[in-house]
Design a protein around this ligand. Structure first.
Ligand SMILES: [Mg+2]
Length: 369
């Protein structure tokens, strides 16, 4: 079995509101001489990802992803991860180059598991669960009243947890506490409330927010600091009684390992469309040794969501699984068969491979040439 094509596709839907803003996507399609096709995606600037996939071979340390994968057998994604890491090492090792590798890596695992005729999670380990409890992420309203309305609507849709965050958090401690009080009052005592700090706090401000939010029972406080601020996370996690979650912005296992081991974070967020499956499994091993649960970060399309379900099916300890609370016409149009929540859960996919591919007609209509 040989790879005969690697293609990066940029999708955009101008003027349509997405999960939290612009609807965009960077898809990678890997085709083989057997007719099997694998799909992956990166949550990154799509045109940058396309350039990294399609760049030519320069030398053994500096190549686009496509020339590194053509002619290879896709059934050993870990070996191909090592080849991509070396082949991009003079411009990569972080950021967009690794995010582009993540998209290719998801597509390779999709192919390897399709070729084996098993669901992707079967190649990663023993399934520990066949469903995951979910929470819905939603932007804050412009006013407390609107935020309360959004939170009540999510409760009525049956989500066992809700997450709100980013702007206008961080301007004023009283206002931040009032926002959290509004969400708690709107959803009632039974539903978990998660708060996303949106990387805008300093350590003292984050400790203060944990203290002010405590009466409203926040399930976790996410990314109050910049992900590079390992020393800050270490101080925060020692001082705060609230669970601290972080990691969604990281593209490498080494960044996430430092957040777990040195930063002392309580929950590690894996964004499969930045890390890839191969690295996510490495981070899961580190998290397991530290007793830290893994969760997904899924902001973009269904390929990320499905890859997250497969990885989190085999990881020893997980927590609530993220789904988006807002409709996204681009995502929903590309993936009409995406899994639907039932009773506050999502099912782990059981068909061969990743279990998801974009609708070709929609894709051809919205792809950016
Ligand atoms: Mg977040």
């Amino acid at each position: 079995m040989k790879i005969v094509d690697v293609e990066a596709l940029v999708v955009r839907a101008p003027g349509v509101l997405g999960a939290y803003g612009g609807p965009y996507g960077a898809l990678v399609r890997i085709a083989t001489d057997t007719g099997l096709v694998g799909w992956g995606e990166a949550d990154s600037l799509p045109e940058v990802i396309r350039a990294i996939i399609e760049a030519p071979y320069q030398d053994e340390l500096m190549s686009g992803i496509r020339p590194l994968l053509l002619g290879e057998d896709p059934r050993d994604p870990r070996a191909l991860w090592a080849k991509m890491w070396k082949g991009t090492s003079q411009f990569g090792r972080a950021g967009a180059a690794v995010q582009a590798m993540a998209a290719a890596d998801i597509a390779l695992w999709d192919l390897a598991s399709q070729a084996a005729g098993v669901p992707l999670h079967r190649l990663l380990g023993t399934a520990r669960r066949d469903r995951v409890a979910i929470y819905a992420t939603h932007p804050l309203g412009a006013t407390l009243e609107e935020t309360g309305r959004f939170a009540r609507a999510l409760r009525e849709r049956g989500f066992p947890g809700v997450k709100f965050g980013w702007s206008p958090f961080g301007r004023d401690a009283d206002q931040d506490a009032a926002i959290v009080a509004t969400i708690r009052a709107a959803v009632g005592p039974e539903i978990e409330v998660l708060i996303d700090g949106g990387n805008v706090f300093d350590v003292e401000g984050a400790i203060e927010r944990c203290r002010r939010f405590a009466p409203h029972r926040v399930f976790w406080f996410e990314e109050p600091l910049q992900p590079e601020d390992i020393a800050g996370y270490a101080r925060l996690t020692r001082a705060a009684a609230t669970r601290i979650a972080a990691g969604e912005l990281c593209a490498t296992a080494s960044e996430l390992t430092r957040l777990i081991r040195e930063g002392g974070i309580d929950v590690v967020q894996l964004d499969l469309s930045r890390l890839g499956v191969t690295q996510a499994m490495e981070v899961a091993r580190v998290a397991g040794e530290a007793g830290v649960p893994c969760v997904n970060h899924t902001y973009t399309l269904n390929l990320n969501l499905m890859a997250s379900l497969h990885v989190l099916a085999v990881v020893p300890e997980i927590s609530l699984f993220e789904v988006q609370g807002l409709d996204n016409p681009l995502r929903d149009g590309l993936f009409p068969d995406r899994p639907r929540p039932f009773g506050g859960f999502l099912a782990v996919p059981q068909g061969p491979g990743l279990g998801s591919a974009p609708d070709q007609e929609t894709l051809m209509r919205i792809r950016v040439p």
